[in-house]
Design a protein around this ligand. Structure first.
Ligand code: IMP
Ligand code: MG
Length: 185
C-alpha cells in the first residue's frame, strides 16, 4: 500500500483546525436543538469520524443511528447520484427531529436522493450537517444547514474520507495528486 506522502498534493485542513470547527458546530447544534429530542443519522462510512467527534462536542443528549448508501454507475472518483440503500435506519423517524451527517457534498446528488427518501417518512424536521462542501461542483440544489469547511474542486481524503476505501484513518484532510496515486490491485 502506498504511503500517502507519495501522492498527497497538500493538507487542506489540519487536525487542530478540524477540532476547533467541530467544537463550534457541536455548540451550534446543541443550541439549535436545546429543547428537542435529536436523532443523528450518520451516513456510513465517510461520516464515521466526523460523527464520532461531533457527537462528543454536544451538550444535549442525541440518539444515534446509521445508514449506508452506495452510488452506482459512472466514474470511480465521482458519484453518479444513483443511490442504493445498503443498510437502512433501524429507527422510525416519523415525527422525529433528524440531523443527517455526511462527509462531503459534491454534485449534491447523493444528499438530494437521501433527503427525498427520508422526507417520505415524515420526520418532524430534517436538517443536514456536512463536513466538507465543494460548492463549485454543485449540479443539484441541495439544502445544507451546517458546513464544516468549503473546499476547492479537488479529490480529498482523510478524517473518514477514503480513496479506494483506504486512508480514512488519517487525522487531517488532504488533496490527492491523482497522477501519483496508484489504485490498489
Ligand atoms: P455527490 O453525490 O456528488 O454530492 O457526492 C457525494 C459523495 O461522493 C460523498 O458522500 C463522498 O462519498 C463522495 N465524494 C465526493 N467527493 C469526494 C472526495 O473528494 N473524496 C472522497 N469521496 C468523495
Ligand atoms: Mg459518501
Amino acid at each position: 500500500m502506498q504511503d500517502y506522502h507519495e501522492f498527497m498534493d497538500e493538507v487542506l485542513v489540519d487536525e487542530q483546525t478540524i477540532a476547533r470547527r467541530v467544537a463550534e458546530l457541536g455548540e451550534q447544534i446543541s443550541r439549535d436543538y436545546a429543547d428537542k429530542d435529536l436523532l443523528i443519522v450518520c451516513l456510513l462510512r465517510g461520516a464515521i469520524t466526523f460523527t464520532a467527534d461531533l457527537t462528543r462536542r454536544l451538550t444535549i443528549v442525541p440518539e444515534l443511528d446509521c445508514m449506508s448508501l452506495s452510488s452506482y454507475g459512472v466514474g470511480h472518483y465521482a458519484s453518479s447520484g444513483n443511490v442504493r440503500v445498503n443498510l437502512d435506519l433501524r429507527t422510525n423517524i416519523e415525527g422525529r427531529h433528524v440531523l443527517l451527517v455526511e462527509d462531503i457534498v459534491d454534485s449534491g446528488r447523493t444528499l438530494a436522493h437521501v433527503l427525498e427518501m427520508l422526507r417520505t417518512r415524515n420526520p418532524a424536521s430534517l436538517r443536514v450537517c456536512v463536513l466538507l462542501d465543494k460548492k463549485e461542483r454543485r449540479e443539484v440544489p441541495v439544502q445544507v444547514d451546517y458546513v464544516g469547511f468549503d473546499v476547492p474542486d479537488k479529490y480529498v481524503f482523510g478524517y473518514g474520507i477514503d480513496i479506494d476505501e483506504r486512508y480514512r484513518h488519517l487525522p487531517f484532510i488532504a488533496s490527492v495528486d491523482l497522477s501519483k496515486y496508484k489504485r490498489p490491485e
